[in-house]
Design a protein around this ligand. Structure first.
Ligand code: NAP
Length: 486
């Protein structure tokens, strides 16, 4: 069940007004949805700054979690997050708690909103993976001077986001899906998304499928944005790219978003809490309103969603703008909202709204071991060592440690570049070394006792902080080479 009804037959929605400008934009959206005649039972709940202040480090109280768990649908204003210190983002916590793995961010050119791209007909959707990748936030200081963030991407995570992107194309009558990755550099993580995309694309022969490298995608999105229809990408790529695309059509004031999972959907604008504008009645409520129309479609209220989009377009065509669109002659948030309400029922002569079908969200196999190889083998290990010595000193020292054992030192790299045996390059080194040991017998399998014995010997001479096994699955290497490694 995508959503629930209350005893009066109204669709239940958890409403989180949010911080800063949040209450103004959330209230404007609620007024317009109610004026459009949709019967919604709003359940107002809290999250964000006030909750942090009360000493709850997650910023999301149990009552809010319980409400969303129950209603399955939330409309959310922006929540403030301290930058570079303090508590984790309550936004990210909400997305992750409810496994809303897809962040859908449409951008469409709107009438009268002047941008360098006006008239080009930009109308695209970024479908961003929302719970994996670097945003899993698994970080460690591995040495006093070297930080690590794990980029975790799963086959299942890639498959469900890629499938959803094709389903968005089907639901919205779109023709093309681009998959934007950095698979040329990160062949296993980003490469997993590319390979999965290419496999899933075969199930949607009616939709043109293209892979594009993310940096080129950013470049193309600025030069010829009208070429794109749906772009599916990983979490961090999508975060950056979707802010860029929202800039193309007039900024964050017009950029809506939906966080979709198999069980729960949370609708929110791309923008944040813009604290300097809080309470000033000057901000643009369109982004949260358009997030609200995405929510209405999720609630099967297609006609109301279309009516609200039409009323917004007519309002803009009438030259009624908020300050972010026009400094001169702008109206406040409340007047802009009133005008949209007045325009409900009107349609633009020139701008058509897109017809939508219900989005088909197909849950994948719930098995945790989603990929089951027929064979697997451990062929060695990377042992990460902290040491101030040179590679010419560290290498022979580790070779001596491994002498006579089943493993041999193959190479040492520093931040990904091979430095021992020397390549003749001029790599600057820090005190963080990846020391790759492989089995001398290429047909054997490494057992834990052998690996632990090696690590114990290394520990007698050097400080180690991390081990990563080198695995082969179905004969394919589950690791990459260092830069310069043969
Ligand atoms: P921001 O709140 O999005 O604001 C950046 C700028 O975008 C504003 O100064 C304003 O530009 C423009 N803007 C944003 N929303 C607008 C609207 N509705 N109407 C008109 N203009 C709008 O980004 P931030 O200042 O980087 O972040 C502030 C806080 O929000 C931080 O605590 C951050 O963590 C949080 N945040 C939350 C979310 C979320 O809840 N999903 C998302 C992003 C950020 P001008 O200054 O040019 O007028």
């Amino acid at each position: 069940m995508k959503y629930k009804l209350d005893s009066n037959g109204r669709k239940r929605v958890t409403l989180i007004a949010g911080d800063g400008i949040g209450p103004e934009v959330a209230n404007a959206t609620r007024r317009i949805i109610e004026a459009a005649g949709v019967a919604i039972a709003w359940e107002e709940r809290e999250a964000g700054a006030e909750v942090f202040k009360r000493g709850l480090p997650s910023g999301v109280p149990p009552e809010t979690i319980a409400s969303i768990r129950d209603t399955r649908v939330a409309l959310k204003g922006p929540l403030e997050t301290p930058v570079g210190f303090g508590e984790k983002s309550a936004n990210v916590t909400l997305r992750k708690l409810f496994e809303t793995y897809a962040n859908i961010r449409p951008v469409r050119e709107l009438p009268g909103v002047k941008t360098p791209f006006a008239g080009r007909g930009i109308d695209l959707v970024v479908v961003r993976e929302n719970v994996e990748d670097l945003y899993a936030g698994i970080e460690h200081m591995q040495t006093p001077g070297v930080a690590q963030c794990l980029k975790l991407m799963s086959k299942k995570g890639c498959e469900r986001i890629v499938r959803l992107a094709f389903e968005v194309a089907v639901a919205e009558g779109r023709k093309k899906v681009h998959c934007a990755t950095k698979a040329n550099i990160m062949k296993l993580t980003e490469g997993l998304m590319k390979r999965t995309f290419e496999a899933v694309a075969k199930e949607y022969p009616q939709i043109e499928a293209n892979h594009i490298i993310i940096d080129n995608c950013a470049h193309q999105a600025v030069r010829t944005p009208e070429q794109f229809d749906v772009i599916v990408t990983s979490n961090m790529n999508g975060d950056i790219l979707s802010d860029l695309t929202s800039g193309l059509i007039g900024g964050l004031g017009f950029a809506p978003g939906a966080n979709i999972g198999d069980e729960v959907a949370i609708f929110e604008a791309v923008h944040g809490s813009a604290p300097k504008y809080a309470g000033k009645n000057v901000i643009n409520p369109s982004a949260v309103l358009l997030s609200g129309t995405m929510m209405l479609r999720h609630l099967d209220e297609f006609a109301a969603a279309q009516a609200i989009e039409n009323a917004l377009i007519v309002t803009l065509e009438q030259g009624v703008y908020t300050r972010d669109v026009s400094q001169s002659g702008s109206v406040g948030t409340t007047e802009f909202t009133d005008q949209i309400i007045k325009n409900l029922g009107k349609r633009s002569e020139r701008w058509t709204t897109r017809d939508h079908k219900p989005l088909n969200i197909k849950p994948l196999d719930a098995a945790r071991d989603y990929v089951r190889p027929k064979s697997r083998r451990t062929i060695g290990a990377d042992v990460f060592v902290e040491s101030p010595v040179s590679p010419e000193e560290l290498g022979p020292s580790l070779e001596a440690v491994a002498e006579g054992g089943a493993l041999r030192l193959k190479m040492i790299s520093n931040r990904g570049t091979k430095v021992y045996p020397t390549t003749g390059g001029m790599t600057d080194c820090v005190d963080h070394w990846r020391c790759r040991f492989v089995l001398r017998d290429a047909a054997a399998t490494l057992d834990d006792a052998t690996l632990l014995a090696l690590v114990t010997k290394i520990a007698s001479k050097h400080r180690w902080m991390h081990i990563e096994k080198l695995e082969e699955f179905d004969g394919e290497a589950g690791y990459t080479r260092a830069q310069g490694e043969d």
